[in-house]
Design a protein around this ligand. Structure first.
Ligand code: SGN
Ligand code: CA
Length: 547
């Protein structure tokens, strides 16, 4: 690791040549600023530089696309644990969940531990975080923090500003964005003078319950979002694991909270089959809707009222499949509308960096705390190691270092953020960090480094008792294959854990596990062996199962 050395000290040595001195002097005064923008639950299917596969040609995300044009787009980036708090803990520490101690959303992050913001701060960076935090303990290692309480509300949310609670009026995306701009303006003069900063901007959107800013209420009103081919998936060809979830669009979305339909008025309570799931709408869920200011409620009624009334007329005659299609449209549009606000924010942050003269010496990252199911396999939510939630968007712009418009298929993870930012800031990466710096993938030597960066990644989801009832699992993914082992589900035949194996080249949608195919026995054994190696390398406890 390169140490930041003052030009004066180097001159004193007299032995180095003039060119080296000039380079070091330049570099030492110009450590890059870092603007890390992370949203909550933004899948690549909803981003146009990734093809916007959910609705090609309909979804446009010019803000994020600009980062792809001017920087690098990672196509196979993945998380180590596809859930909010744990993903954030991994990002901060550069360690897997079991090593940083925060594996499920109901835990409390040990804020005394080492994080990259603390190390940057010790090295002279000014560090700040704004927006969603969701780690239960207050942020540490930041000169300034302004974060949402817990999940945070969309409307009139309460923030914790350097330890003090403050309720603000308005929509979370607007408030967090305005804060980001205000912080950039405040930080710019010192940064231009050579005092770098790291600003973490964490949007709440497009998290459930997908409440858009009113300016997006009518976006996509006249289009039909294509239904994913697997919207009515019943998970044949896989283990029973998929059927255990409660994240189905047809069954588990609630009328009021998720779909924003006044179900109480729509349905006859006496009708058993049509009875709204009112009992599953917790009071705090309803509160989110009630918190909407009057003007937003009026705009909402104007935009959604007619469609809701039309549904009310038809609902008795809708087949379950048609009802699911209706739910999908409402859900997908609200999700995309909410995500549009994030893209606007990204674009405006890039514009502001230009205006402030900071763009040339600032690394900008866009990512999400994990991916998302936008109807694929019939689901909303995340958690699974399946592609949609396992992969997240990742774009990095670093003028002068990253060549504009390149892409990478390297197996990078959110585990790698911490070492990357440290190396970029020329701070030594502690040996106990488990990620790898992405800096070698950002330079001109990238193509050669891509292939050798990492041959396999380790994944582990622990929150079996949380919402959506996804069973605990761990797994290994290589360039071509993926093995998922369900930790608490027993294979009756072998007596071992249930295992799924996918050939991502032949079966990119993961529709048929080849885990028990005799012809794939070698692949399965090799993946299990690699899984075991990774468990040892990362210090994962508990006995492995026999192959
Ligand atoms: C809440 C959501 C779930 C979501 C988890 C985790 N329910 O419980 O749908 O999976 O958060 O999300 S909701 O009623 O709040 O909408 S995470 O982003 O924090 O991991
Ligand atoms: Ca999330």
């Amino acid at each position: 690791m390169i140490r930041v050395t003052s030009a004066v000290a180097i001159f004193a040595c007299c032995i180095v040549n003039a060119r080296t001195v000039a380079q070091v002097a330049d570099a030492s005064t110009a450590r890059p600023n870092i603007v890390f923008i992370m949203s909550d639950d933004h899948g690549k299917q909803a981003i146009s530089c990734y093809g916007a596969t959910a609705a090609p040609g309909t979804i446009t995300t010019p803000g994020i696309d600009r980062l792809a044009r001017e920087g690098i787009r990672f196509d196979r980036a993945s998380v180590t644990n596809a859930i909010c708090g744990p993903s954030r803990a991994v990002m901060l520490t550069g360690k897997h969940s079991h090593a940083n101690g925060f594996a499920t959303n109901d835990q409390k992050f040990d804020s005394a531990q080492q994080t990259f913001p603390k190390l940057l701060r010790a090295a002279g960076y000014r560090t700040e975080v704004i927006g969603k935090w969701h780690l239960e303990s207050d942020p540490t290692g930041f000169d300034h923090f302004d974060v949402l309480v817990g999940q945070g509300d969309y409307w009139n949310p309460t923030f914790i500003v350097d330890g003090t609670r403050t309720k603000r009026e308005g929509h979370a995306t607007d408030i967090i964005h305005a804060n980001a701009i205000e912080r950039l303006r405040t930080l710019a003069p010192a940064a231009m003078g050579g005092a770098p900063f790291a600003l973490l901007v964490h949007h709440k959107a497009p998290h459930r319950n997908w409440m858009p800013q009113p300016k997006f209420y009518t976006l996509f009103a006249d289009v039909k979002i294509p239904e994913p081919a697997t919207l009515f998936d019943r998970w044949e060809g896989r283990t029973i694991a998929s059927s255990m979830q409660t994240m189905q669009i047809d069954r588990d979305l609630t009328w009021e909270y998720d779909l924003k339909v006044a179900a109480g008025r729509l349905f006859r309570a006496a009708d058993g089959t049509r009875k709204p799931k009112l009992d599953s709408v917790a009071p705090w869920m309803v509160r989110e809707l009630q918190q909407m200011p009057g003007s937003a409620q009026a705009a909402f009624e104007a935009a959604y009222g007619e469609e809701n009334a039309a549904l009310a007329k038809r609902i008795e005659s809708l087949t379950p499949r048609k009802e699911a299609s209706w739910k999908f449209q409402r859900y997908a549009k609200d999700y995309l509308r909410t995500a549009q606000g994030v893209d606007d924010s990204v674009g405006a942050i890039l514009d502001e960096l230009d205006r402030l003269g900071l763009a040339a010496n600032t690394i900008v990252v866009y990512t999400s705390d994990q991916g998302w199911f936008l109807g694929e396999h019939g689901w909303f939510d995340k958690r699974w190691m399946y592609e949609e939630s396992f992969r997240m968007p990742l774009l990095v712009r670093w003028p002068g270092v990253v060549q504009p418009g390149v892409t990478s298929r390297a197996l990078v993870q959110n585990l790698d953020f911490a070492p990357t930012f440290l190396e970029a800031a020329r701070v030594a990466v502690p040996v106990d960090m488990q990620g790898k710096s992405l800096v070698p993938l950002l330079s001109e030597a990238r193509p050669a480094n891509d292939a050798t960066f990492r041959d396999a990644v380790y994944y582990r989801f622990e929150e079996a008792k949380g919402p959506h009832t996804v069973p605990r699992h761990e797994g290994v993914a290589t360039e071509r294959f993926k093995l998922i082992r369900f930790l608490d589900l027993v294979d009756r035949e072998s007596g071992g854990a249930l295992i799924e194996v996918y050939d991502l080249e032949r079966d990119p949608d993961e529709l048929r596990s080849i885990g028990n195919d005799p012809a794939s026995a070698e692949v399965r054994a090799a993946l299990l062996a690699r899984l075991e190696e990774l468990r040892v390398a990362y210090g994962v406890e508990s006995a492995p199962i026999a192959p």
